[in-house]
Design a protein around this ligand. Structure first.
Ligand SMILES: Nc1nc2c(ncn2[C@@H]2O[C@H](COP(=O)(O)OP(=O)(O)OP(=O)(O)O)[C@@H](O)[C@H]2O)c(=O)[nH]1
Length: 672
């Protein structure tokens, strides 16, 4: 049973491992959101900058337009003032010098008024302020001496000045503004005033014609501040004094400039307006006070299209922001999922690699992975250890590996790899040698296969194992060597060291079959030591053995092995098989053997023939036929040997045709 502490330990360890990863991911997400916010701040700032510049352009364009309209009003007004001034001056000159004495005005004022657009009435006043004549008869004889406009004119009394009165409520009940010029008698003294009252309705129409937007307003004010007229007409505003602290009118007047473009609130109104203000003070007219024309528009109305566009742009931006935020959140979620899956897979792969490494260690296998793209090899520690190098995690050049390969194994290795890479074999397995770091060769068993190919079958990655089989290989080679030795021994005569009877039988069978196939003759020499029994009896068997070894050595020396090969047939009898040789060729070799033995002068102390060892030889030859058996050749050679013994020994005899035709009892040819 696990204690609760021990039971939760792996879980805590897993959480501890997960902790830093989660923290890192959170930080990355946080960074991305910061970047997202920063990017959007920049976009918003840029959008705001562009939009604000568009707003400024709209304001500037409208200001210019207001300026143009104000200028048009100024031109119009100047012409009227000039015309009225000229009319008043002309009428004044037609008046008699002594107005008081004059019975009446010599021209009808009403007619003059009708000829002057923008003028509602005309009146002539004497020096005391009594109305001598007026275009409206009801005003005649009235006393206007207390009226500010009269008092101002009389006080100043400048002959060429056109006096412009502030608007005031006339006796007729309506607001009016009066333009006046002084009259002088023949001595140049002030004799009265001729005045024209302006037709507000007329000017309102003129101003209205210049308004290009529903919220536009045109105003003409007196230089002292009161509004003379405005369009759209607002009776309540006529006479309203604009010359108040902080008013745009005062700003304009104090600027000393003839025209200004200003923005601000109008006196008595809460709305923001854009204004073009122009002072009307033509040089050709001596006005006692300037007039001020201003055209204005409601700022909000001017900017309404801009605001609408800005709202649309903001909406689009907010929508895009929302979409990008949703996308980022989705992307982070998906990535998180993907990374978690990859982490799990990597962990599983690590564990599997650990298990594999453990398994490979146990199996003493070196593991290698060949990356064909860059021709590098990554190996495990065992692989490096196998070759005497320290372990490394770095990929190594495949060329380094190829250089370690034994030159004798190169061709076969390359052939096997190439065949597998061409997909001709599911894997390859071969044994070869590698040079150990110490310089000695180790035998390695390679087993490898392609682990990854492109879609078109091009190999990308090969994984394989190496097993050090040097020990096994050494044992195998030793075994092979011993087997070969054994095989040789089994075919060698133990006493004389020449081929034994078994080898004779095998060689004869082999060459018989070849002769049969090729229709080539075979010759056989049977050699027997003469009177060897006597040798043994005289000197003993060990000496007899030595003599047999000496005879074998002499005979081997005179034969051209392996074509003429000496074999011990048995006892003191030897045989020589000659390939593609007839009886004459056999006889030549027999004579050579007899000569060699004679020249060797091996002592035989008990031979009745000579003091030296001698041999007798039987020679037989035939072309193997299907109806023959190979023993026929041996029997024929034996028969010839028998005859050689009979005829005195130390000689050779050639088998006769009869000898050759004798067949051993019970032996039948394979193909009779
Ligand atoms: N020392 C020794 N003697 C052997 C060996 N094999 C056979 N002999 C002897 O060789 C002798 C052969 O004698 P025989 O067959 O009578 O023939 P021979 O005395 O040589 O007389 P001919 O052949 O008629 O000249 C025997 O005495 C065998 O014992 C051997 O391996 N060693």
């Amino acid at each position: 049973m696990q204690s609760p502490e021990t039971g939760s330990a792996p879980l805590e360890a897993a959480q501890r491992q997960r902790g830093p990863v989660t923290l890192l991911l959170r930080r990355r997400n946080h960074r991305e959101w910061m970047l997202w916010a920063l990017a959007w701040l920049l976009v918003l700032a840029l959008a705001w900058h562009v939009s604000w510049r568009a707003r400024d352009r709209i304001v500037a364009q409208d200001m210019q337009r207001l300026q143009g309209q104000a200028q048009a009003v100024e031109i119009h007004l100047t012409r009227h003032l000039k015309a009225i001034s000229a009319a008043l001056a002309g009428a004044g000159q037609l008046l008699p010098p002594d107005l008081a004495a004059a019975p009446s005005v010599p021209f009808p004022l009403k007619l003059l008024v009708e000829a002057m657009p923008g003028v509602r009435g005309l009146q002539i006043t004497d020096r005391d302020g009594r109305v001598l004549a007026a275009s409206q008869p009801e005003l005649t004889d009235r006393d206007v001496s207390a009226r500010p406009y009269f008092m101002t004119v009389r006080a100043s009394s400048q002959p060429d000045t056109l006096y412009v009165s502030p608007p005031f409520r006339s006796v007729l009940g309506n607001f009016t503004t009066v333009l006046s010029r002084t009259l002088h008698d023949t001595d140049g003294r002030f004799s009265g005033v001729i005045s024209a009252s302006l037709d507000v309705d007329y000017f309102e129409i003129v101003l209205r014609a210049l308004l290009y937007a529903p919220d536009a307003r045109a105003t003409i004010a007196h230089g002292d501040g009161p509004i003379i007229m405005s369009s759209p007409l607002e009776d309540a505003r006529i006479g309203f004094d604009l010359n108040q602290p902080g008013s745009l009118f005062r700003v304009h007047m104090q600027s000393g400039r003839m025209h200004n473009l200003l923005q601000g609130r109008m006196v008595g109104k809460s709305e923001m307006r854009m204004m073009a203000l122009r002072a009307v003070e033509p040089a050709a007219l001596l006005l006692d006070r300037p007039l001020v024309v201003y055209m204005s528009r409601h700022t909000d109305a001017v900017l309404a299209p801009w605001w609408a566009e800005l709202r649309t742009e903001l909406l689009l931006l907010v929508l895009t922001m929302a979409v990008s935020a949703v996308w980022l959140r989705w992307h982070q979620g998906r990535r998180h999922l993907q990374e978690r899956t990859e982490r799990k897979a990597a962990q599983a792969e690590r564990e599997s690699a650990r298990r594999l490494e453990f398994g490979l260690r146990g199996a003493d296998l070196g593991l290698w992975e060949w990356n064909l793209a860059d021709d590098t090899i990554t190996v495990n520690a065992r692989e490096m250890e196998m070759l005497g190098y320290p372990p490394t995690d770095e990929p190594l050049s495949a060329e380094f590996w190829r250089a370690l390969l034994h030159s004798d194994d190169q061709a076969e290795t390359e052939r096997a790899i190439a065949a597998h890479l061409r997909n001709e074999a599911p894997s390859y397995r071969l044994e070869h040698r590698y040079r150990h770091r110490d310089g000695h060769w180790i035998w390695v068993l390679t087993h490898a296969m392609v682990m990854q190919r492109t879609a078109r079958g091009k190999p990308l990655r090969v994984v394989g194992t190496h097993l050090d089989i040097s020990e096994r290989k050494r044992s195998q080679l030793e075994l092979e060597r011993m087997n070969a030795q054994l095989a040789a021994l089994s075919l060698t005569d133990g006493l004389t060291g020449v081929a034994n009877r078994r080898q004779f039988d095998q060689t004869l069978a082999l060459e018989w079959a070849r002769g049969l196939r090729n229709h080539q003759p075979l010759a056989l020499l049977m050699l027997d030591v003469d009177h060897f029994k006597r040798y043994n009896d005289h000197l003993g068997h060990p000496e007899g053995d030595a003599a047999l070894r000496a005879v074998a050595q002499v005979l081997s020396g005179c034969l051209r092995t392996p074509v003429e090969k000496l074999m011990r047939y048995g006892g003191e009898e030897f045989a020589v098989l000659l390939i593609d040789a007839d009886a004459h060729a056999g006889a030549r070799v027999a004579q050579r053997c007899l000569d060699a033995i004679a020249q060797a002068r091996l002592p035989h102390p008990d031979s009745p023939l000579s003091p030296w060892i001698s041999v007798s030889i039987g020679v037989a030859s035939l072309v193997p036929q299907p109806e023959h058996v190979q023993e026929q050749l041996v029997m024929a050679a034996d028969a010839a040997l028998y005859r050689a013994k009979e005829q005195g020994r130390v000689r050779y005899e050639i088998a006769t045709a009869d000898d050759t035709l004798k067949r051993p009892t019970g032996l039948q040819p394979l193909m009779p």
